[in-house]
Design a protein around this ligand. Structure first.
Ligand SMILES: Cc1cc2nc3c(=O)[nH]c(=O)nc-3n(C[C@H](O)[C@H](O)[C@H](O)COP(=O)(O)O)c2cc1C
Length: 194
């Protein structure tokens, strides 16, 4: 079974990017993937510190959360990353979470090599979410992952959701396309690695 990790979402109650992430993960599960969710709302992480060599350096409480994140990153064949747009860019919380991939620097293969990443952004305006997906794709490339070509920026986000529900059919179709492609690509990469 292909393993897909959902990572991100906003810290806001009712975060649209988190709703979109859950929707896409459900599609991945329906396509036959085993899924896990690391919602940053429920995973408060300290700021990444390059001079700390081990999760334990962050203290006992944070160490467990960091270890769970690192284990989930290693576990995944593919990931869905979702972030709100803050000031035209990926949220600080999301970038900080991704900085912990540094703990995979000495893995073989290193970082996110061999893994596939699909990206989602949400913003209230017309540009922020587009920037977010482009930035998440750049980060994924820097971490040596393959990026699903179909990216899902959710602009004018409030119009696409009704409370905690995604109501925009076009966004839903794009999320379905993203998750379906992600599962297929992750399965293909895993088959060549086995
Ligand atoms: C501090 C802050 C900065 C924001 N900056 C932008 C922005 O530059 N562009 C944009 O489209 N939306 C911006 N927004 C709106 C959020 O992207 C929007 O509320 C989105 O739904 C947040 O994602 P979430 O629902 O997952 O929390 C900003 C919101 C906050 C709180």
């Amino acid at each position: 079974m292909v393993r897909i990790l959902g990572l991100g979402g906003g810290l806001r109650e009712g975060s649209y990017s988190l709703v979109a992430l859950r929707e896409a993960l459900a599609v991945a599960a329906a396509a036959g993937a085993e899924t896990r969710l690391s919602a940053l709302h429920d995973l408060p992480l300290p700021l990444y510190r390059p001079d700390y060599g081990a999760p334990a350096d962050y203290g006992p409480e944070a160490a467990g959360r960091i270890e769970r994140l690192i284990a989930a990153l290693r576990w995944a064949d593919g990931m869905l990353w979702a972030s709100p747009s803050y000031h035209g860019a990926v949220s600080g919380a999301m970038k900080n979470a991704l900085d912990y991939v540094q703990f995979l620097a000495n893995d073989r293969p290193a970082f996110l090599s061999g893994k596939v990443v699909g990206v989602i952004g949400a913003g209230s305006g017309t540009i922020g979410a587009v920037n977010v997906v482009a930035q998440l794709a750049q980060i994924a490339h820097a971490l040596r992952a393959l990026v699903v070509p179909l990216q899902v920026p959710i602009t004018g986000a409030a119009k696409a959701f009704d409370g905690g529900r995604l109501t925009d059919p076009q966004i839903r179709r794009r999320l379905e396309g993203l998750a379906t492609e992600l599962v297929a690509l992750a399965a293909a990469r895993r088959a060549t690695a086995d």
